[in-house]
Write a protein that binds this ligand. Structure first.
Ligand SMILES: Nc1ncnc2c1ncn2[C@@H]1O[C@H](COP(=O)(O)OP(=O)(O)OP(=O)(O)O)[C@@H](O)[C@H]1O
Ligand SMILES: [Mg+2]
Length: 352
């Protein structure tokens, strides 16, 4: 596997999918350019891991790596954290304090959750970037200059934020010279087994005196079919629970309960639909209208089976990124049967 960490390349980016290979290649390609980069991706996909790899593989490795979460602080506090302040700049500013921009001088500043930064602060950030890193700390007349490589990360669709007036277009183009997109785990289930192997080794070392059993093939298959809304971070948490409890059944049941809930709602809606049409078939005296042929128990059963099949097959196809050979194995039907069902049930791939 090409994802072993070499010394000084940053934390390992585990994954055999094309998407993750592409991410590793991009990092190698751009790490020494110093060009502004935005790392896009859902929560927990590994955006910070990517930023750390960029830093470690750049000529700035060994210099400071400073991170600030733009979503975690109110606007005023974020501004003072970013740019620093003089003593007395505002109530409570008892001591002069350097901002993250200055602390990151000669190194890297990771602006995490940049999509949550307020518009006035975006304007100030743009100004700093345009001036080559010059700014005045709050309450200071003097300009300071910081040579900082800015890497931004976000789980927002910034183009959409621009359309909605929430993100400045000029800042977007200034920051987003290189974009790295880390795809959600559900779109690359082939990365799940290597991630499981990696974390089992890590947790085994951590929990030294415990006997740790690797999850069974069946459990790993189930984990590959789950949708992982919390991505790799959620996988880590689930694995820790499975390994510590030593019994995966309770964890797995909990995991699939919410997904089952979604399907159950659809089945309930369909049953209610049948109730409504049956009520329509019965006149007020409770007699059947003999000429209405749209309802029969046989048809309802057939429809229910098809709905459940469509639901399950679509789910597995989505999880396997439409890898039909893999999906047929998970569903335990032949490849040919799967192709037939896709066509018969009119299941179509999502529009990209
Ligand atoms: N490809 C990967 N290989 C190894 N570990 C990974 C990978 N992707 C993510 N992780 C691990 O998953 C956890 C979450 O990753 P990270 O913090 O980078 O996600 P994030 O995208 O920044 O999340 P958030 O949006 O919540 O800040 C970390 O512990 C990280 O080490
Ligand atoms: Mg992060």
């Amino acid at each position: 596997m090409s994802n072993k960490s070499k010394p000084n390349t940053g934390p390992p980016i585990i994954g055999v999918s094309k998407d993750m290979q592409r991410v590793r290649e991009l990092i190698e390609h751009v790490a020494d350019t110093g060009l502004n980069i935005v790392v896009f991706g859902e929560s927990g996909v590994g955006k910070e891991v990517v930023a750390q790899n960029l830093y470690q593989q750049s000529p700035r490795s060994g210099k400071p790596f400073i991170k600030i979460n733009c979503a975690a602080l109110p606007e005023g506090l974020l501004e003072s954290e970013l740019f620093g302040y003089e003593r007395g700049a505002f109530t409570g500013a008892e001591q002069k304090k350097k901002g993250k921009f200055q602390l990151a001088h000669s190194g890297v500043l990771l602006l995490d959750e940049i999509g949550d930064m307020s518009l006035p602060l975006q304007a100030k950030l743009l100004h700093v970037l345009q001036s080559g890193g010059e700014f005045s700390p709050l309450g200071s007349e003097k300009e300071v200059k910081s040579d900082t490589w800015v890497i931004a990360a976000t789980n927002h669709d910034l183009k959409k934020d621009i359309d909605e007036g929430k993100f400045r277009e000029d800042l977007y183009y200034r920051l987003n010279i290189i974009k790295i997109h880390v795809s959600p785990l559900r779109g690359r289930p082939e990365d799940i087994p290597p991630l499981i192997d990696f974390y089992i080794k890590e947790y085994t070392a951590m929990l030294q005196n415990r006997h740790i059993e690797k999850p069974s093939v069946k459990v790993i298959d189930q984990l590959c079919a789950y949708s992982w809304p919390g991505n790799v971070r959620e996988l880590q948490n689930i694995l820790k629970r499975i390994l510590v409890l030593g019994d995966s059944s309770e964890v797995m049941n909990e995991l699939f309960e919410s997904e089952r809930g979604t399907s159950n709602n659809k089945v309930t809606a369909s049953i209610q639909g049948h109730h409504a049409s049956l009520d329509g078939l019965l006149d007020l005296d409770g007699k059947n209208s003999p000429d209405n042929e749209s309802f029969s128990l046989k048809n309802a059963k057939q429809e229910a089976v098809e709905m459940v099949e469509r639901e399950i097959i679509s789910h597995v196809l989505a999880k396997t990124d439409w890898n039909r050979s893999k999906a047929s194995k998970i569903l335990k039907i032949s490849y040919k049967t799967l192709l037939y069902k896709i066509s018969d049930l009119k299941i179509v791939p999502p529009q990209k």
